[in-house]
Design a protein around this ligand. Structure first.
Ligand code: ADP
Ligand code: ZN
Length: 515
């Protein structure tokens, strides 16, 4: 195993850096110790070095599985430019180009080999002739149906560990909730992987949600105090991107639309213009921003509600990579929710998609610190409110919700965390229906202890408890409500809970439905 001196001089020589970013060093150490690793670091946090640096010091080849064929060439070119022997194999190459790479592999002239999951099966013969030192799986969330970007070709990757049991695996992704993390490890056959979770807290990003009426007008106002800052507006449809770009052009901004229907040449031009600051605003569908490294994006607007928190987090994360204050604004409209529900219903795993959309909606509806919700979604619990989201800056009235919380949490405890929100409320309210009677819940001590609160109010209270990290939804287990490490404090340590007064919800709903 190389010593720290060697590792640091490699970092300097090949990547030009003197110090590691958070987690990089411990991950690299774990790789050298032959451990399997699951790495969750937000976009821009420096995941690549975690396998590229070991690749340089390990004796054999590092195999990198990457879903983005379009980006593979750029990645490899970048490595070659730094003097790192890398190559890729994918379906865009001719047979002779591939033969060429096989030969180089046999001649030990390649340290990093990038492969799309679809191309893996062709490589069996070559793998039996070379030494595989490390297997890196980029965008590892793609393996999981609980993730936000499921790709069937990823599901075969589990065989890698079976076939090369001694080769350490490092799976990397920018975002994965708890269920997805577990699923990734299960499917990759790396049950003992060390999970390295970076903090998801991007304090320099302000968070704001507004009702989605007169959006164009609101955007133009939003831009008034940032006439030269560049930013991205994410939209659900291609048509919207074009309409907004046109409106902004009329206002004198250099704004361009970017979506999959625009030809490749024009798209690269928009992207380059944005990177070089000649295009100030890009109005894009979700395809924009993957793999671009622009540090001075000052704001991100979501014209439509994103379909899940992973996607939302990733997209707002494109702002403020330089660490300077940057703004994010999300428009919330129930028309979008309905549209997204339709999409979710058409998708392969609709239950998961609907549950994720529900969480997104709860975030947008929230009356407690939004950053707390975002972070708790990724399993990170913070004590203090952030002070940099619209709820913190303009807080609703709060009431003492300790007793309400105790009732809900003790009910979840008594039913052994086996039911979703609806049934928990039925029990609290002493409902007389099949969901309750079938399992004998009417005999519980909790039965009916919350009947003074209406069904709808209970729903809102429980959502607040989830948003504050006192409960969580297990998407992978029929959305059952589960306790968290924080629940104990309320149940046994007398922790006080404050929750927003419910009239505040009414106000929000009215504004949003009105348009
Ligand atoms: P990710 O894959 O997590 O999105 P990258 O690996 O592409 O992130 O790294 C993002 C940026 O951070 C790159 O420009 C990279 O060169 C830079 N970077 C990575 N590690 C370090 C480091 N230790 N010190 C300084 N910059 C780094
Ligand atoms: Zn906040």
């Amino acid at each position: 195993m190389p010593d720290l001196q060697q590792i640091k001089s490699t970092l300097k020589e090949y990547f030009g850096y003197d110090t590691f970013r958070p987690l990089q060093q411990e991950i690299i150490d774990a790789v050298f110790n032959h451990r399997d690793n699951l790495v969750i670091i937000p976009t821009g946090g420096g995941k690549s070095i975690c396998y590229q640096l070991p690749a340089l010091l390990l004796p054999g080849v590092t195999l990198v599985i990457s879903p983005l064929i379009a980006l593979m060439k750029d990645q490899v070119d970048g490595l070659l430019a730094n003097g790192i022997h890398a190559a890729f194999i994918n379906s865009s190459q001719t047979e002779s180009e591939q033969q060429d790479i096989y030969q180089k592999l046999l001649d030990k002239e390649i340290k990093l080999l990038y492969v799309a999951p679809e191309s893996l099966s062709f490589l069996d013969t070559i793998f039996s002739q070379i030494e595989l030192s490390l297997i890196a799986i980029d965008e590892a969330h793609c393996i999981s149906a609980w993730g936000h970007d499921f790709r069937p070709a990823y599901t075969q990757l589990g065989y890698l560990k079976t076939k090369f049991p001694k080769t350490p695996v490092i799976a990397l992704t920018a975002t994965a909730d708890k269920a997805t993390r577990q699923d990734i490890c299960d499917q990759l056959n790396i049950p003992n992987a060390i999970q390295h979770l970076a903090s998801f807290d991007r304090k320099n990003l302000s968070l704001e949600v507004r009702p989605g009426n007169k959006r164009i007008e609101q955007i133009i106002n939003f831009l008034k105090d940032k006439p030269n800052d560049c930013g991205i507006i994410y939209c659900l449809s291609r048509k919207t991107t074009e309409a907004i770009a046109e409106k902004l052009q009329q206002q004198g901004y250099t704004a361009e639309a970017y979506h999959a229907g625009i030809d490749h040449h024009k798209r690269s031009k928009v992207q380059e213009g944005f990177i070089n600051d000649t295009v100030q605003i890009v109005c894009a569908t979700i395809a924009f921003g993957m793999g671009i490294d622009k540090s001075n994006v000052r704001w991100v607007i979501h014209y439509n509600l994103p379909k899940n928190i992973e996607g939302y987090y990733q997209e707002i994360g494109r702002a403020g990579r330089d660490g300077l204050p940057s703004s994010t604004l999300l428009f919330h409209s129930y028309a979008d929710v309905v549209q997204l529900q339709k999409f979710a219903n058409m998708s392969g795993n609709q239950e998961v998609q609907l549950a994720k959309l529900d969480r997104m909606k709860q975030y947008a509806d929230s009356l407690s610190c939004r950053r707390k919700i975002l972070l708790s979604y990724f399993g990170e619990l913070i004590e203090e409110d952030c002070g940099n989201c619209d709820v913190c800056k303009n807080p609703p009235t709060f009431i003492d919700g300790t007793i309400i919380a105790q009732k809900a949490l003790s009910t979840v405890t008594r039913i052994k965390e086996q039911e979703p929100i609806g049934t928990v409320i039925d029990i609290l309210r002493g409902a007389q229906n099949a969901a309750v009677y079938d399992k004998g819940y009417q005999n519980l001590k909790s039965y009916g202890i919350g009947n003074e609160i209406s069904w709808r109010d209970w729903q809102q209270y429980i959502i607040q408890l989830i948003n504050q990290g006192y409960l969580e939804i297990a998407f992978h287990q029929n959305n059952k409500l589960k306790l968290t490490s924080r629940s104990k404090k309320v149940l046994f340590e007398g922790k006080k809970v404050s929750i927003a007064h419910l009239q505040e919800f009414e106000k929000i709903k009215e504004v949003a439905i009105e348009q």
